[in-house]
Design a protein around this ligand. Structure first.
Ligand SMILES: C[S@@+](CC[C@H](N)C(=O)[O-])C[C@H]1O[C@@H](n2cnc3c(N)ncnc32)[C@H](O)[C@@H]1O
Length: 251
């Protein structure tokens, strides 16, 4: 999941990359941002991609720094959003240990800590920490490993409802798991053939705590089942799939 992969994805981002912000059923992330951003604030969108959340942030904060290591994503963003005067687009590799480039009051780190290499994820988290002022808030969104397992249960249920035997249903669950799970112990699961880090709730809690943050809230951002299945059946409703939203403070 290097820079070139994200550069290649940039022109067709909306078709290829799931839009967390738009699909959040209860607008949990928007509400949390509304609660935490004051008009005088500097907000940093760490790993902003093509800047899907940037207009929302720019309407609420005094200044937005939107940063990514994919130059193509930043170009697409600046082209799509030229009218935003309080936004600065910054090309940075967050995994590298460079001098701080901002002292943000609020940081957003949405679907960025998803690469399989734990050292790269740790490097990014250290950069984020360095670029927040003391007392700043961080909102991070990461994929849930619990949902991966729940999805297999849903597949089994689906086969049973369609008349398969228990054995057949289990066999289909196992086929899906074999195709997708790269490393269960590390939480690495293929999403569209890309190995992607997923987190248990408590694992996310430990990670942010051990990286120096005080975790204030850890809640679900829920989506429709259509996010996981094409043509999800109508009976497949609550509980819905989710990502974890971590709201933390730099002490
Ligand atoms: C799944 S996308 C999420 C983009 C955006 N936050 C969103 O939710 O729409 C992950 C983004 O993280 C960026 N990224 C990954 N590793 C990075 C790194 N080391 N430094 C800066 N950006 C990085 C990618 O270029 C990509 O734009």
């Amino acid at each position: 999941m290097d820079q070139q992969v994200w550069d290649r994805a940039a022109p067709q981002y909306d078709e290829e990359i799931f839009d967390t912000f738009a699909n959040d059923r209860h607008k949990v992330l928007q509400k949390a941002l509304d609660r935490l951003i004051a008009p005088s604030h500097t907000v940093c969108d760490f790993g902003c991609g093509v800047g899907r959340t940037v207009p929302f942030l720019a309407r609420r904060a005094q200044r937005v720094i939107a940063t990514d290591f994919s130059l193509t994503s930043l170009e697409v963003a600046a082209e799509n959003l030229p009218q935003l005067r309080n936004v600065q687009w910054l090309h940075r590799d967050l995994a590298e240990k460079n001098r701080a480039f901002c002292r943000a009051d609020v940081g957003l780190l949405m679907q960025v800590l998803i690469m399989p290499d734990a050292r790269i994820r740790q490097g990014i988290l250290e950069t984020v920490y360095r670029n927040l002022r003391k007392g700043a808030s961080l909102l991070a969104v990461v994929p849930s490993l619990e949902v991966t397992l729940l999805t297999y249960q849903r597949i089994g249920q689906w086969y049973l409802r369609d008349g398969s035997s228990a054995r057949e249903a289990i066999s289909h669950m196992q086929d899906s798991a074999r195709e997708e799970i790269v490393s269960l112990v590390e939480g690495i699961v293929n999403i569209s053939d890309t190995p992607t880090k997923h987190y248990l709730r408590e694992e996310a809690l430990i990670l942010f705590r051990e990286s120096g943050f005080r975790v204030l809230e850890l809640e679900k951002i829920e989506y429709a089942w259509d996010a996981d299945f094409e043509d999800a059946p109508r009976w497949m409703q609550d509980p819905y799939p989710w990502d974890w939203l971590i709201v933390a403070r730099k002490p």
